[in-house]
Design a protein around this ligand. Sequence first.
Ligand SMILES: [Zn+2]
Length: 197
Amino acid sequence: MPKFLTCDMCASSNAMSETARRCPDCGRFTHPWEDVGKLTGAAPGDLCATWDGVYVMSLKFKDALDDAGVIGIEYKQVARTRFAVRPVDHVHLDISQALYQAKDFCLRCGRFATFQGGGTLIQLLEGQRPVGPMEIVRGVPGFGNGAFVVDQLIAGDALANQMKGKGHRGVQWLEFPAQVDPATLVYPPKRVIGVPE
Ligand SMILES: [Zn+2]
């Protein structure tokens, strides 16, 4: 069973270029990988999500993943020892049991601008292609608000087993069903799943 790869040590940082293209209606980035720029601010963990929705890894974590034989991710260097990372492929998550909202559907770019939830269950959707044992894929839908909408990171179990316990700061390998960050809990929580309001 794949693991939910997440981080709990993020600080205020950004990694999109100043000229990154955005949807004029909802403000979400339209080329979130092509327009990655330089890291500004602190990324204290070995894995961090920046405020503008980019996963950033330390050189140490990147080297450990590469040594383990990770597949399916690409990197861009954003600082001397920090790399933006993005899985190439994705799987869909089942958020039907989640206290999780997809809101603010943008008619121009065809995406939700806001995803929020808390204490919620996120599961792999049945019928998705399997996640390879050494693979990392994106899990969609993402999570967050405005510019900070990050897809989830889903890691193969053999990779997770190799990487666990290596002392990487702020990195978590969680079992499914996984809980999302309660700090972003919406009050009152509603079971509104993927339906424009
Ligand atoms: Zn939009």
